[in-house]
Design a protein around this ligand. Sequence first.
Ligand SMILES: NC(=O)c1ccc[n+]([C@@H]2O[C@H](COP(=O)([O-])OP(=O)(O)OC[C@H]3O[C@@H](n4cnc5c(N)ncnc54)[C@H](O)[C@@H]3O)[C@@H](O)[C@H]2O)c1
Length: 397
Amino acid sequence: MKKIAMLGAGFIGRFYADALQGLRSRDKVVCIYARREESAKKFAADYNCEHWTTSMEEAVANPDVEVVCIALPNNLHEEAVMLCCKHKKAVITTKPLGRNAEEAKRMLLAVEEAGIFNGYLEDLVYTPKFIKAHESVKNGAVGRVLWAKSRETHPGPHSEWFWNIEQAGGGCILDLGCHCIEIGRSYIGKDIKPVEVMCWADTQVKPIDAEDHAIGLVKYENGAIGQFEVSWTFRGGMDLRDEVMGSEGTIWINSFLRTGFEMFTTGKGADYVAEKAESNTGWLFPVGDEVNELGYNHMFMDMFNSMEKGVDPRETFYDGYVVNAIIDAAYKSAKTKLWEPVKLDIWRGKEGLTKDSHLVEYDADNYLIKEEMTHYGAKKVIVKNKHTGKIEEKEVK
Ligand SMILES: NC(=O)c1ccc[n+]([C@@H]2O[C@H](COP(=O)([O-])OP(=O)(O)OC[C@H]3O[C@@H](n4cnc5c(N)ncnc54)[C@H](O)[C@@H]3O)[C@@H](O)[C@H]2O)c1
């Protein structure tokens, strides 16, 4: 059993506590820190925590606490991480790791210097559908990954600090793009270096300084391309979708709006439907077990199992840092309208890869372009001669 201090009694702090204590878990939130006394007390009562406090350091230093879980606004992540380093407590933190790569790098170096366990709580690479899809990709089911797209769009966040660029550090690119980028990176290979980013971003609807809508492309050293689509202005709930295109196959995942659960109600008795659902009448798309569908259960299982085994979890501060570096390049590109390099002072993956060969051998003299069975019963092959470059079509018996 691990004893946890939760820093932050808000939206994600409660989702995390539901995941940690919802299913006869062995792990327990023993201490809650919140900015306001009434929120701390309410959380402590709801989750049966022995200690509550409005002092962040008191929560981290509490001798009963073994692991600190950071669920605070983005501008407070670094301060909380530094306290964990000071008091030598294992730390797991929500996304994004930092408001930018500079902050993320300081946090990464500090936890490694302090020698404390560090986990990056990127839940969307732990959803049941992602885990299964990722396993298939690793086993070669889609061949070479050519393109991995991830989309997270919704009508905008629920607390005022997200809309303040100083506290949040950015708009929907930082808030939602961090999920999409790590999903794309995971499908393409976390050891493959992201090299360049091209991004369009704009503030189309909300009266804010940050972007509320963006689309970006992340180029990887092996020729694969990642794509993210993010918005705080999307109407109709929370749209979480991934697509992977490989040389041998395709994956489409819809994690939230169309999960196979559809319901109609006139509105009588209807209440909460799902995170950021905009309506509770008419045809609805509820989510069976949100905590599980959003990956929180599998994420914490990996974090605590890894902690006990003394190994790194699947997602560490290093991953959070790489994601922040890609996001920095996206912000730069949105301004310059150019492909911008991803600046990675720390890179622990493969180096010097070139684009994988895309040529498929048909026979000694030809490369294969395409095979097709036609509706009139002929099997055709289209090939390219290796020596002359001539493209020919043949009928195969
Ligand atoms: N899927 C996810 O992984 C996910 C989802 C939502 C939020 N988050 C992340 O979790 C973190 C917290 O977001 P949230 O949605 O829980 O926010 P929130 O506003 O609902 O809660 C933040 C909590 O932090 C505490 N706090 C301490 N000092 C504060 C201050 N100066 N201003 C505001 N709150 C203060 C309060 O207890 C507050 O309840 C952010 O980094 C956010 O990006 C992650």
